[in-house]
Design a protein around this ligand. Structure first.
Ligand SMILES: C[S@@+](CC[C@H](N)C(=O)[O-])C[C@H]1O[C@@H](n2cnc3c(N)ncnc32)[C@H](O)[C@@H]1O
Length: 276
């Protein structure tokens, strides 16, 4: 175990993979689902009051009477999808957390909502001019490398009908963290494991062209050492524009958040609305 741990004393190479699944892990996804369902917590999803405002705003800029077919990428347990459905959209949700998709499907039965869910990596979608709106909510775009962002943008563009809208949000550089190392002992288990564990947490900054940030968690139980590498990026309006310019979108609008706040250079998030 000592040798196993020693290798984590070095800064990881850019995009070194995690040793385990994160979103789709049996235990972690349980905690993630309760975080989603807590209405007052800005953790896996935003506070539920925000979700309502966000769906209302999207219904104003792209009403379901004109923009009927909506694809929600990284839909989680369907909290937005259900609200979109109630607002009159015909909704498809994609997520690669089994637990979230299972919960979302159960809700469609309880709510008699006609939402289609797919357990799938959204980097593998292959729709052609099928949707009026595609959403990617809570800064998921930023978790992707530039290579994967371009793959996703091309797939989103292909999946949209002419005049369709891609609506998504990202964090700005204000949200970048300082490099740090810390540790925590969870005697009763916790977010990463049901067994007792020690977690060594680090934040690393990279000076690659994408100014990548890594949040790393090394989780040590009595039997195992697991490493979770969570990559992140931060965007200005100019950076977003430069990477999206060659995809083919016709117009770009920017807001301060995905509930329609006015754009500001000093905000913590940017919402992009890109029209095909
Ligand atoms: C931060 S949560 C946001 C969930 C939802 N959009 C919301 O705001 O309530 C990110 C979600 O994206 C999903 N996800 C992350 N990467 C994905 C991928 N490549 N393909 C499909 N789902 C993904 C995760 O499983 C998780 O449910």
């Amino acid at each position: 175990m000592f040798n196993e741990l020693k290798k984590y004393t070095k800064k990881p190479k850019l995009y070194d993979p995690s040793t385990n699944k994160f979103w789709d892990d049996e235990h972690i996804s349980k905690g993630m689902l309760s975080a989603h369902l807590n209405p007052n917590w800005d953790a896996a999803t935003r506070k539920h009051e925000f979700l309502g405002r966000s769906v209302n705003w999207i219904s104003e800029i792209a009403p379901s009477s004109q923009y009927k077919l909506l694809l929600d990428l990284g839909c989680g347990p369907g909290l937005y999808a259900e609200r979109f459905s109630s607002a009159g959209y015909s909704v498809t949700g994609v997520d690669f957390s089994k637990r979230s998709i299972l919960y979302a499907k159960e809700q469609t039965v309880l709510n008699k909502s006609n939402i289609e869910y797919h357990y799938q990596n959204y980097l593998t979608i292959d729709y052609k001019e099928q949707f009026d709106i595609i959403t990617l909510i809570y800064c998921d775009y930023a978790a992707l490398s530039i290579k994967d962002r371009l793959i996703l943008l091309r797939k989103v563009y292909q999946a949209l009908k002419p005049k369709g809208k891609f609506i998504f949000d990202v964090f700005t550089p204000l949200m970048r963290k300082d490099e740090s190392c810390s540790w925590e002992y969870c005697s009763e288990g916790g977010f990463f494991s049901e067994k007792q564990y020690i977690c060594l947490e680090s934040v690393y900054q990279y000076d690659d062209e994408d100014n990548t940030e890594l949040r790393q968690a090394i989780v040590i139980t009595e039997e195992t050492v697991n490493c979770y590498n969570i990559w992140d990026h931060f965007f200005t309006k100019e950076v977003l524009l430069s990477e999206i310019q060659n995809i083919g979108f016709n117009s770009f609008e920017f807001y301060g958040d995905i509930a329609g706040k006015e754009f500001s250079d000093t905000g913590e998030t940017i919402c992009g609305v890109f029209t095909k």
